[in-house]
Design a protein around this ligand. Structure first.
Ligand SMILES: Nc1ncnc2c1ncn2[C@@H]1O[C@H](COP(=O)(O)OP(=O)(O)OP(=O)(O)O)[C@@H](O)[C@H]1O
Length: 298
């Protein structure tokens, strides 16, 4: 569904300054996957989502979504892509919903832009997200969680193959966040729609098939649900709990890995740009070079 290789996004601030928001990011997403993207503030999560949604153009690299090459798409085809291939759910509901329209009119709007008027379909979508009883309510009479569910129905209006959600639970409490994630999970299962969710909330990642961590504009690690990982025969190691996750560090296209800063600190590597690597009993071990010297002397 998504094939993203060595993706770069550079924002030009002025003649002398630029920000490298994505620096060679690799990401593959299968059709029908529900995956999360986590990362610190400024790591490039929203930038990636904007690229995937065709809201902004990548500077370089490869980005194919649902067979469309987003670096080469004409402006006209990009408009069509945004309307037909992707649906968006934003954290800020002012971006999702028009306040003076009712829930059902909000869901109809993207269909009208495409020239179709489908009240029945809009009602059906609101029922799918558990909002069938609130179709004539306007924004101000819906709770934050209800507004988010309407936003999810809107995102589905034109039958997209990909839903992109940027912090969809960022403005609601934990219980409501759980409900919203369940709604997305059900839609993912029932409709087979691929879903990519940016979140700060690591608790919510339990509900996803896979979570990719972004650090400094690059994919740094992947966490897989054990159920999606059974073929790797990790059952015994991981115990019986089906919710167990496995964390994988990503090898980029040049076979490099990024070692988390806290791991380096834990082995006492702070200011140095060197570590020592050894293979021992089929394992790769990363050592503080000074420690390694001591070890060699012994
Ligand atoms: N339009 C823009 N112009 C210039 N710089 C930008 C623009 N958008 C993002 N950036 C910069 O790119 C980097 C990545 O930003 P991005 O918003 O993608 O991060 P993020 O991981 O989504 O952060 P947050 O979790 O705080 O939303 C940051 O340094 C940010 O300041």
């Amino acid at each position: 569904m998504i094939d993203c290789q060595n993706l770069m996004k550079i924002y030009k601030i002025d003649d002398d300054n630029e920000v490298i928001a994505l620096q060679g990011l690799d990401l593959q997403v299968e059709k029908g996957e529900m995956m999360g993207i986590i990362g610190n503030s400024g790591s490039g999560k929203s930038t990636l989502l904007n690229m995937l949604g065709g809201l902004d153009r990548p500077t370089a690299g490869k980005l194919i979504v649902d067979g469309k090459d987003l670096l080469r798409l004409s402006d006209k085809d990009l408009v069509k892509y945004k309307l037909e291939t992707v649906g968006f759910v934003w954290q800020n509901n002012a971006r999702n919903l028009i306040p003076y329209l009712t829930a059902v009119e909000n869901v109809e709007l993207p269909m009208l832009i495409k020239g179709k008027h489908k009240r029945e379909r809009a009602k059906e979508l609101l029922e799918m997200v558990g909002m069938g009883h609130r179709i004539n309510n306007k924004l101000h009479s819906l709770s934050g969680g209800e507004q988010q569910r309407v936003a999810i129905a809107i995102s589905l209006a034109n039958n997209p193959s990909l839903i992109l959600a940027d912090e969809p639970t960022g403005s609601v409490d934990t219980k409501t966040a759980d409900i919203i994630l369940d709604v997305l999970r059900n839609l993912n299962r029932e409709l087979g729609v691929t879903i990519v969710i940016v979140t700060h909330d690591t608790q919510l990642t339990r509900k996803m098939d896979r979570v990719v961590a972004i650090r400094d504009g690059k994919t740094s690690s992947e966490i897989l649900r054990r159920s999606a990982y059974l073929d790797m025969e990790l059952e015994e190691e991981q115990g019986e709990d089906d919710d167990t996750h496995v964390e994988l560090t990503v090898l980029d296209s040049a076979r490099r890995i990024q070692v988390p800063e806290d791991y380096l600190e834990a082995i006492g590597v702070k200011d140095s740009n060197k570590v020592r690597m050894e293979i021992e009993d089929g394992k790769i071990i990363i050592l503080n070079p000074n420690e390694a010297k001591k070890k060699v002397k012994v």
